[in-house]
Design a protein around this ligand. Structure first.
Ligand SMILES: NC(=O)c1ccc[n+]([C@@H]2O[C@H](COP(=O)([O-])OP(=O)(O)OC[C@H]3O[C@@H](n4cnc5c(N)ncnc54)[C@H](OP(=O)(O)O)[C@@H]3O)[C@@H](O)[C@H]2O)c1
Length: 335
């Protein structure tokens, strides 16, 4: 049997998307959730790699609660620094390449144009700092790494800005959204595809390595992102809430977020021959998928006369993908 891709953090939004895409493509993949394998546990990580003998390891695990990280630096460090260091050392010893996900939050957001890979990192908070340190640990431990920095990830799985906005659009008549932070909404399905493209390249050219930006195609603000989501959901729900602009200053949160998270993905496109689709197209598809899923769940629940929910909703807080929801009392529990 061909060696599988071994995915840590397989129950996160990117991990689930990647597992689903690998299954659809009939690519062998083994996914481990946090409860099955914590990346911060050296013994567990090494046992998993010894057992699976993977062709490549993907680290889709991470501490993504940006605001909570400010008061729980220890947990953020365990997942974003210690975990990647352990994975990288274990991969180096096993002679296996590592694909790792990082974030635009390693930058301070002061640049006026899109960030390229050679720009200096200067994180504003604990989350960005731990992501930057995790990258550095990987570079130190193994040459055979591909670090993909992304931003504003959303999709049909897990908690993310698109799903939060859809829920709020169903509940409220006005959504207030931050209009002075810029980024590239990245569909988890585009990122999962990009990871598989890297996996293929590593099979052909095992020496492929480096840091690359991979984000959705196009730039907008949280306001623009929300407007697009709301525009697309009207078709399915008939609801037309107003989307109003607010500034970052009007929505204080524990962590300072970079005003500019735009990533230039051209280096990735040149190296791997793949670019994300325009972000608006992916938003349309994702809203349609979630609406179809909700309708099916509704029909099933009517049939069963029970109130089962179609998708898991973990009672977590806003993550790095989450923008500013309207007039919430606390950013961390708003979604
Ligand atoms: N979301 C974004 O907008 C965004 C943007 C740029 C980069 N990224 C990066 O992309 C990666 C995936 O993000 P995502 O959006 O898929 O995040 P996610 O939905 O929060 O998933 C992360 C997963 O990692 C797991 N995890 C946390 N600590 C772990 C540990 N010590 N060992 C093993 N698993 C652990 C989490 O488990 P629990 O749920 O049990 O905690 C969760 O299942 C992360 O590295 C993130 O920093 C995300």
């Amino acid at each position: 049997m061909k060696a599988p891709i071994l995915i840590f953090g397989a129950r996160g939004q990117v991990g689930r998307e990647l597992m689903a895409l690998a299954a659809a493509r009939k690519i062998a993949a083994v996914g481990l959730s946090r409860s099955e394998a914590s990346i911060a546990d050296n013994y567990t990580v090494r046992s998993a790699i010894d057992t699976q003998r993977p062709a490549v390891v993907v680290n889709a695990a991470g501490y993504t609660a940006v605001d909570r990280a400010e008061r729980d630096a220890e947990a953020a460090t365990a997942a974003n620094v210690t975990g990647p260091a352990i994975l990288a050392a274990a991969c180096a010893d096993a002679g296996v390449p590592l694909i790792h996900l990082s974030s635009a939050y390693v930058f301070d957001g002061l640049k006026k144009t899109a960030y390229v890979e050679t720009d200096r990192v200067n994180p504003l908070g604990v989350h960005g700092r731990t992501k930057a340190e995790g990258e550095a640990k990987i570079r130190e431990a193994t040459k055979r790494h591909v670090i993909l920095r992304s931003s504003w990830i959303y999709g049909v799985y897990g908690r993310n800005f698109l799903r939060t906005t859809l829920r709020l659009a169903g509940e409220r008549d006005e959504l207030k959204m931050v209009a002075d932070q810029f980024g590239c909404p990245t569909a988890s399905v585009d990122l999962a595809e990009a990871i598989l493209v890297v996996v293929r390249k590593l099979a052909d050219k095992p020496n492929t390595s480096g840091t690359f930006h991979f984000a959705g195609n196009g730039r907008t603000t949280w306001l623009g992102f929300a407007e697009e989501i709301v525009r697309r959901q009207v078709l399915f729900t008939g609801r037309t809430p107003k989307v109003t602009a607010i500034s970052t200053a009007e929505y204080p949160s524990a962590a300072k977020r970079p005003a500019n998270c735009e990533l230039d993905s051209s280096k990735f496109a040149t190296a791997f021959g793949y670019r994300a689709r325009p972000w608006q197209e992916r938003v349309a598809e994702t809203v349609a998928q979630l609406s179809a899923r909700a309708r099916i769940a509704e029909a099933k629940s009517e049939a069963k006369s029970s109130d089962t929910t179609p998708v898991e909703e973990k009672p977590a807080e806003l993550k790095e993908s989450d923008g500013k929801p309207p007039d919430s009392k606390t950013a961390e529990t708003a979604s």
